[in-house]
Design a protein around this ligand. Structure first.
Ligand SMILES: [Zn+2]
Ligand SMILES: [Zn+2]
Length: 467
């Protein structure tokens, strides 16, 4: 089949959108701005093929089947669409409810749910497919099924597009003293025992999950996730994947890391997503992006809400940017796999970047040599001329290294794309975009964050260098 031209693609969507009055049309600009303002156009100025369309995603949310969240999953997807998201996944928790266990310990979420997390069971998993299918409208709104592998101490991983699911109980990831010590957070009656268990050695491992993830679906009792792709969620919150222990096979299926996630927002008036650049720094955890990329994982950035409240797609919570050829499940999957992605907490924002013409998220045979970086950034008419800072970030030992920083003004459509030279050091490099109008992260500090730069507004996925 001949690929659709972008113009035809957008036009077809606009026409089709008009047919369903209750469902928002897929607009030529990004939606969801709180004040009804116009967001960025969906076309990157760095896409010379004119074949890509920018969509905003929220790939991490919870509703009643998770056991610790409110909201009907059908309504959640409707709300996300109304909030200007083009792509959404309900990643209900999988903790210990797999293969019948959940049936015995937890009342059905349809009957009001339960307040303890056992997560989804087999019946939920089947129903989640139907709910995603019902919400899916190719060309206009992409919904698909996923689950969040949710452990108390090893980390959380969202798994998308797979036929099977699994959970930590069945992958040997719920067995250690320190996990039982944290378990009161999901099983409150255990709280008095927490200090005793905290002292026990920590031997739970992520590897059995990676082995499940890389096993063919339908294999044995627990199936497998080799047909799925995955994301590292909120690094440092409930674990950092055993310090990002590298797994060669799983690395071919994990494509994203959350830069922004709102579950740990600061609790004040702002419900803004937390900037995971800083999360956990007060507890001496290594900087997560630096640790992740240095361990060898090649993942792009995303932003998510991780909503549990029943009100989905809230402004200021995380969003991801994906460049799709087609707004279909397969198109979204491929877009994630290119890693030409960004994470933001700004509705309506477009970010794209190339280094010597190579898109963000790609490999580049150019280690250590100077690069010409082009940055495409737009958030509609209101942001033209706005002053932002672009930080060029490379690898360091415990912290990443600030290689350079540039002031920019967001260009209008008639002005040239932002361009500057950068000198990479080490195996990767990414762009961190800061806004002086955003408040600093409570844990943020120099050289990356101060009142001059303000808080981060977006992360553009890294380039990965090879010789
Ligand atoms: Zn989580
Ligand atoms: Zn979650």
């Amino acid at each position: 089949m001949k690929p659709l031209q972008r113009r035809t693609f957008v036009k077809a969507m606009a026409l089709a959108g008009g047919a369903a009055a209750t469902r928002p049309a897929f607009g030529a600009t990004l939606g969801g701005l709180a004040d009804g303002a116009t967001g960025a156009s969906r076309q990157s100025r760095l896409d010379h093929t004119k074949s890509l369309t920018l969509v905003h995603s929220d790939l991490h949310n919870h509703s009643l089947p998770s056991g610790d969240a409110d909201g009907d999953p059908r309504d959640a997807l409707r709300q996300l669409r109304r909030a200007g998201l083009d792509v959404a996944c309900m990643t209900e928790h999988a903790v210990s409810g797999g293969y019948g266990v959940g049936d015995h310990v937890c009342s059905k979420w349809q009957n009001g749910g339960c307040r303890f997390i056992t997560g989804i069971d087999d019946n939920d998993w089947k129903l989640m497919a139907k709910i995603a299918d019902d919400a899916y409208e190719p060309g206009k709104f992409v919904a698909f099924r996923g689950f969040e592998f949710s452990t108390p101490t090893i980390g959380h991983i969202s798994v998308f597009f797979g036929k099977d699911f699994t959970d930590p109980l069945h992958e040997g990831a719920l067995v250690t003293g320190s996990e039982v010590a944290e378990a009161y957070r999901v099983f409150p009656p255990l709280e008095p025992l927490s200090p005793i268990f905290k002292a026990l050695p920590n031997t739970a491992e992520i590897t059995p999950f990676y082995e499940w993830l890389t096993t063919a679906p339908g294999t044995g009792l627990l199936g497998g996730g080799a047909d799925a792709i995955a994301s590292f969620n909120h690094p440092g919150y409930f674990g950092n994947f055993q310090d990002f222990l590298y797994h060669h096979k799983a690395a071919k299926q994990i494509f994203l890391i959350e830069a922004f996630n709102a579950i740990t927002f600061d609790g004040g008036e702002s419900h803004d997503a937390t900037d995971y650049f800083w999360y956990g720094r007060d507890s001496k955890l290594p900087q997560p992006f630096n640790a992740c990329f240095n361990a060898g994982w090649k993942v792009g950035f995303s932003g998510v809400s991780d909503e549990h409240s029943g009100t989905f797609g809230q402004t200021g919570k995380g969003r991801g940017g994906l460049y799709v050829k087609y707004l279909t499940r397969e198109g979204v999957r491929r877009a994630i796999m290119t890693r030409r992605t960004f994470g933001t907490r700004e509705a309506g924002l477009r970010v794209d970047a190339t280094a010597n013409g190579v898109p963000m998220g790609s490999h580049l045979a150019h280690r250590g040599k100077p690069l010409t970086i082009k940055l495409d950034i737009d958030r509609g008419p209101k942001w033209v001329g706005r002053k932002l800072w672009v930080q060029v970030v490379g690898p360091g030992k415990d912290d990443p290294r600030l290689l350079d920083v540039f002031p920019i003004r967001v260009p209008g459509a008639g002005s040239p794309v932002i361009s500057f030279d950068a000198k990479p050091r080490g195996d990767w490099l990414f762009l961190r975009i800061c806004d002086p109008a955003r408040k600093n992260d409570p844990l943020g500090h120099a050289p990356f964050e101060d009142s001059t730069y303000g808080g981060a507004v977006a992360y553009a996925s890294p380039w990965f260098f090879r010789d």
